[in-house]
Design a protein around this ligand. Structure first.
Ligand code: T5A
Length: 207
């Protein structure tokens, strides 16, 4: 089962990197699907809109927010991730459960261990074999976002500094699975580093 996730703060470069990796793997004649969270299914994309659109008249508590991310994930696992893994495809996913642990568990103060426990009912055994965490100073990351800030991006620099702190804590908790890449490097340097980790995992999984 080759399930690889990409994590990081806003504008860390996940989408840019994941596209290059998909091309790299496809050129090796491997079957790959690229998907994202929140999103990836029709239902989950609707939930994404609800979660990210800035709507002044809709209030979402931290617990409600967590439940929505998990609802999106449950459908995504059932419709996309599980079927693809069963067909032995490589699944590349832009954000997954670590985002809930860090954004809702750590930055929204619901608790890292509490979110790990609560989300385990949804995630079951769908634990990535590799997670690439793109580490970036949130000031630089946010300056790279070239669209209007969404509901979460608008939360301010202190919140985003906490996101970075949370990901670094999580990396310490799961050092075998989560690998950090310095995202202030060039796109090419990040890609090269990522490929080293991915080739390593492929060697292990295909042998
Ligand atoms: N969320 C998500 C939760 O709170 N809980 C959860 O459980 C989940 C799953 C998702 C939001 O939801 C939150 C986290 C997020 O706030 P999103 O739109 O998917 O929202 O947000 P991001 O994943 O952060 O997407 P972004 O597009 O903002 O960031 P990316 O994908 O990391 O960055 P990317 O590749 O689009 O790059 C941004 C810009 O930087 C440039 C690119 O060309 C692009 O212009 N760039 C670089 N520039 C210089 N050097 C590099 N190395 C660069 N790499 C990329």
């Amino acid at each position: 089962m080759t399930f690889i996730t990409f994590e990081g703060g806003e504008g860390a470069g996940k989408t840019t990197l994941i596209e290059k990796i998909k091309t790299y793997l496809t050129n090796k004649n491997l079957q790959v699907i690229l998907t994202r969270e929140p999103g990836g299914t029709v239902f989950s994309e609707h939930v994404r809109d609800l979660l990210l659109e800035e709507k002044k008249d809709i209030k979402i508590s931290s617990k409600a927010e967590l439940c929505l991310f998990l609802a999106s994930r449950a459908q995504h696992i059932k419709e996309v991730i599980n079927p693809a893994l069963k067909e032995n495809k490589i699944v590349l996913c832009d954000r997954f459960n670590d985002s809930s642990i860090v954004y809702q568990g750590f930055a929204r103060n619901l608790g890292i261990d509490e979110v790990i426990k609560f989300s385990s009912f949804i995630v079951e055994d769908f634990i990535p074999c590799l997670t690439l965490y793109l580490d970036i100073d949130p000031k630089i990351g946010l300056s790279r976002v070239n669209t209007k800030y969404d509901r979460i991006e608008s939360l301010g620099l202190e919140f985003h500094k906490k996101i970075r702190e949370g990901f670094l804590l999580l990396q310490e908790k799961f050092p075998n699975r989560i690998k950090t890449i310095d995202s202030s490097l060039s796109k090419e340097a990040i890609f090269k580093k990522a490929i080293e980790y991915i080739d390593d995992i492929l060697k292990k999984n295909l042998s």
